[in-house]
Write a protein that binds this ligand. Structure first.
Ligand code: GDP
Length: 310
């Protein structure tokens, strides 16, 4: 049986994970999600990438934004603003319930993996959704003026400060979650979703021991480029890569993934980059990788799976 482990961030990851979940049953597919963007808002533990993937699997996603719950309202946030709380991070009323329950579970002594399991099962999700670690890892954007906590840089400051570097505080002390290591050893295929390589995939890969396990992985390892025609489909990946002096292209993504993927799927708009990528020792598969509709998510998932099975 094909056992696939997908590594994902938020919006881009969630789109492909949705497609994969329609193609692979819960015994065949597990998903490990970045938690380095996690933070506390209004006293509640918020795990943005986990929630984005969770809502996608539950069919709850707000399709306009790619995150949050469809049709959610923001009355609680506006009441909090009225009380003088900062309200730049958009948390919907229904979304608040997720953060309240997760925080309650964590305070009762459950791990982030256990809390996530409770939330996903309650939403009827059968696939395993696994936080990359139960320990705190926090992305810090190093900018000319300041070191910024990730959501401050990403949401409050809209990624405007020029990036000089990225650091993942706590990563050296963090352990990958047990389920992550178990699923990695059971899997016979690994998918690196089209997520931000700098802040969504890097923290997962850089957890102690993970790069080595992925290096030694015996099954097929397939990445999907989140950069199309020199731009990110959404979000700051291109701006970040440019400011970190990396090629803003699928070639730049492939350079980051040397040693951790055997294949990279690039968009048909970038087919001319294939030769350069192959020189890096990574095979290239060209496909249509823009996922606007559910059908496009399923189509790309089918492409990934046919590559894995051949
Ligand atoms: P975030 O944590 O919410 O920023 O989410 P991710 O890291 O998972 O995803 C962000 C990346 O997804 C960006 O670099 C986008 O370019 C990429 N992305 C979003 N939608 C698509 C899509 O339809 N196709 C591809 N190939 N990449 C996408």
């Amino acid at each position: 049986m094909c056992k696939v482990l997908a590594l994902a961030g938020g919006v881009g990851g969630a789109k492909l994970v949705f497609g994969l979940s329609k193609t692979l049953n819960p015994k065949q597919l597990s998903i490990v999600v970045n938690t380095a963007d996690d933070t506390i808002f209004h006293g509640l533990y918020v795990s943005p990438d986990v929630d984005t993937v969770m809502y996608a699997l539950a069919g709850l996603t707000n399709k306009k934004t790619g995150w949050g719950i469809d049709g959610d309202s923001f009355k609680t946030l506006s009441a909090l603003k009225n009380y003088g709380s900062e309200a730049w991070f958009q948390l919907g009323d229904l979304d608040f319930a997720t953060h309240i329950k997760r925080t309650e579970l964590l305070r009762s002594g459950k791990s982030l993996s256990e809390a996530t399991d409770h939330l996903t099962k309650s939403l009827g999700i059968l696939h395993s959704l696994i936080p990359m670690s139960d320990d705190p890892v926090r992305t810090i954007a190093i900018t000319a003026d300041d070191d910024l906590e990730f959501q401050d840089y990403f949401v409050r400051q809209k990624c405007k400060p020029v990036l000089e570097g990225i650091r993942f505080d706590g990563i050296k002390q963090a352990k990958p979650s047990k389920a992550f290591v178990d699923k990695l050893s059971e899997a016979n295929a690994l998918i690196i979703c089209p997520s931000n390589p700098v802040v969504s995939i890097s923290p997962i890969i850089e957890l102690p021991g993970i790069k080595q396990l992925i290096n030694d992985f015996s099954g097929k390892r397939v990445a999907i480029s989140p950069i199309i025609a020199g731009r990110a489909v959404k979000g700051p990946a291109a701006k970040m890569m440019r400011e970190l002096n990396e090629d803003v292209s699928s070639i730049g993504v492939a350079k980051r993934y040397i040693g951790i993927c055997d294949w990279i799927i690039i968009d048909e708009q970038d087919s001319k980059e294939a030769e350069e990528i192959e020189k890096l020792g990574i095979n290239v598969y060209v496909s249509s990788t823009i996922m606007n509709s559910d059908q496009e998510k399923i189509n790309l998932a089918n492409d990934v799976m046919s590559l894995i099975k051949n």
